[in-house]
Design a protein around this ligand. Structure first.
Ligand SMILES: [Zn+2]
Length: 347
């Protein structure tokens, strides 16, 4: 029995085992199928060649966002910016701008300022050429040459204004970011900022554009001095015909021995109110207007056309003497207007 039992057991074992074995193929087939199913990726994973490639792919994928984000290129561009002053606003694609970008923006704004200063050297060259022509030539040839230089001079002033518009637009964005504002549209703001400023400038009359430019004034006066050595320098407005929108000739500036004393604010373009004078460059402004233009910045570029100085609030001193002169000038202008009205009535 035991044998039998054993054998039965054995056989039953065998049976069992055979059952198991019988089942096995199907199980193992199933396993194989599962394995096969798994093997797709696993084979790829374990495949010698492909296995080596995988890290490369993943490395490439890791690198890809950098390429897309132009991080490397940006860094290179930044270096370029520093090296040759090339300005590329496309670098500012981080959105919204972080406070750390303020320094970058201000740096680019300074680049524009630097370019504007460099451009001024051309103004002087044009002025020198004009003087040489006025000195050497006479008649129509001289007049034609000087008229061409006049156009170039105005173009250069326009370019300077455009550069200032870029500088101010960037400064504006930097200020907004500095004040904690979410600036996620820096490129639009920059474009709009420049465009708005240029549209305002384009609307100005020829006098408003150039009469207060020191460079243009000295350009015209230098020519005049050569051509009319015995005469006193006329006001710059004599060289720029009055247009619609210009104040009458005697309203704008008071002429003192050829030196134009400006009683209007370069920001408001109307008579100075509570004037303050910059100790850095001597230019004066209506106090409210200049204080507003700081917009939270420690310094501001002088808004006087042709002036490149920067100053802080503490550089501005109230100018009581100038305030008196402005009031006297306003009274004279008022009287002149009344007189001309009276004349018109008499006529
Ligand atoms: Zn100034």
């Amino acid at each position: 029995m035991p044998v039998s039992t054993f054998s039965r057991r054995k056989s039953s074992r065998r049976q069992m085992s055979s059952d198991i074995e019988e089942d096995r193929p199907s199980q193992s087939r199933a396993d194989e199928q599962v394995e096969e199913a798994d093997e797709g990726p696993s084979r790829r994973r374990t495949n010698g060649v492909k296995k080596e490639k995988k890290p490369n792919i993943s490395r490439r994928q890791e690198r890809a966002p950098e390429v897309n984000g132009n991080r490397d290129e940006d860094d290179e561009d930044d270096d370029d910016d520093d090296e040759d002053g090339r300005i590329d606003i496309a670098n500012f694609r981080d959105q919204p701008l972080a406070k750390t970008d303020v320094v970058k923006l201000q740096g680019i704004a300074r680049d524009w300022n630097q370019m504007e200063i460099t451009t001024r050297q051309n103004w002087r060259v044009v002025g020198d050429v004009a003087v040489a022509i006025a000195d050497a030539a006479e008649g129509e040839d001289a007049e034609q040459g000087l008229a061409e230089l006049d156009i170039i001079m105005k173009d250069l002033i326009d370019i300077g204004v455009e550069m200032q518009a870029h500088e101010k637009a960037l400064d504006d964005i930097a200020q907004k970011v500095g004040q904690g504002e979410d600036v996620d549209d820096a490129i639009e703001r920059y474009g709009d900022g420049v465009q708005t400023r240029m549209e305002e400038y384009t609307k100005k009359t020829t006098r408003q554009k150039y009469a207060k430019s020191e460079e243009y004034t000295s350009f015209k006066h230098n020519i005049y001095e050569i051509q009319h050595p015995e005469k006193a320098l006329p006001p710059i407005t004599d060289f720029i015909p009055k247009e619609d929108g210009d104040a009458s000739d005697d309203e704008d500036d008071l002429e003192m021995g050829g030196v134009s004393q400006v009683y209007t604010c370069p920001i408001t373009l109307v008579a100075l109110e509570k004037p303050v004078t910059s100790s850095v460059c001597g230019h004066s402004f209506s106090s409210n207007a200049i204080l507003q233009s700081f917009q939270g910045s420690p310094t501001v570029k002088c808004p006087t056309s042709g002036c490149t100085k920067r100053f802080s609030r503490s550089d501005l001193k109230p100018n009581k003497e100038l305030e008196k002169k402005v009031k006297a000038w306003q009274r004279r202008a008022q009287r002149a207007a009344e007189n001309s009205d009276a004349e018109e009535i008499i006529d």
